[in-house]
Design a protein around this ligand. Structure first.
Ligand SMILES: C[S@@+](CC[C@H](N)C(=O)[O-])C[C@H]1O[C@@H](n2cnc3c(N)ncnc32)[C@H](O)[C@@H]1O
Length: 225
């Protein structure tokens, strides 16, 4: 699959515009154009609303989120009863599944994206015993607002804009103590994506714990050194 620099019009509604956003050729990803997608993971059943033309990359479900949701469904103890924060949640799929599995979730993204997450939380509210909190977390900014000792940090397809790498790393360092588990579900598209993992390795122990060969998505587990 090819990745191309996108036309800025595809990122309408995303705060910060389209700076360095890379997208797939839309014609090759028809499911991005579906208004509503249905997902089943074991006993879990949910619907996610997508708004590609309004929100671009942040308003559609990426394979990395699907793979992370599948992984969590098979390993529910990772999130059950835990304080969990998702970075760059987009439509919220992975985090909503984590909440359905018994996690206490804070779903975060940039301000303009929060409405997509909130809408999907409300769409699935009947299946949620603990309703996730939806709040702004722009990487590297106002981190003092996040002082909870999170047990788990989730991120699906958030390593893709090199300009954000330092802020993303600072965010992970701020949010994590030594007991915190970070799960990053990643499609490695470019050398720069692995560069982020190298940057992380200065501060975190990282293991590649799962690979979905159909979707070409890795899940990395990281713990602060
Ligand atoms: C490729 S999308 C992945 C969305 C979702 N996690 C998924 O896998 O379906 C990347 C997400 O990272 C978010 N993001 C990008 N830069 C960010 C930043 N500086 N601060 C917070 N979120 C950011 C985008 O808004 C978007 O929701």
């Amino acid at each position: 699959m090819s990745l191309e620099k996108t036309d800025t019009s595809t990122c309408a509604g995303v705060e910060g515009g389209c700076t360095a956003v890379m997208l797939y050729d839309e014609t090759k990803v028809p499911h991005f154009h579906k208004d509503r997608r249905e997902f089943k993971f074991g006993e879990i059943h949910l619907f996610i609303r997508q708004k590609w033309s309004q929100g671009g990359v942040a308003a559609v479900v990426w394979d990395a989120a699907v793979v992370l949701a599948e992984y969590l469904d098979k390993n529910p103890d990772v999130v059950k009863g835990k304080l969990v924060l998702e970075l760059g949640a987009g439509t919220g799929l992975a985090g909503i599944v984590a909440a359905m599995l018994g996690g206490h979730l804070t779903l975060t993204d940039r301000a303009k994206v929060l409405e997509y997450i909130q809408e999907n939380v409300e769409l699935n509210i009947k299946s949620l015993t603990t309703v996730p909190k939806v709040t702004e977390l722009d990487w590297g900014k106002n981190l003092f607002q996040f002082s909870d000792p999170f047990d788990v940090i989730l991120g699906a397809d958030i390593i893709y804009i090199e300009d954000t790498f330092q802020d993303l790393l600072e965010t992970l360092k701020h949010l994590c103590n030594r007991n915190c588990l970070v799960l990053l579900s990643c499609k490695i598209r470019y050398d720069r994506d692995t560069r982020f993992l190298s940057m992380m390795k200065e501060f975190f122990h990282i293991n590649d714990i799962y690979y979905d060969s159909n979707k070409d998505v890795h899940i990395y587990e990281a713990r602060k050194q």
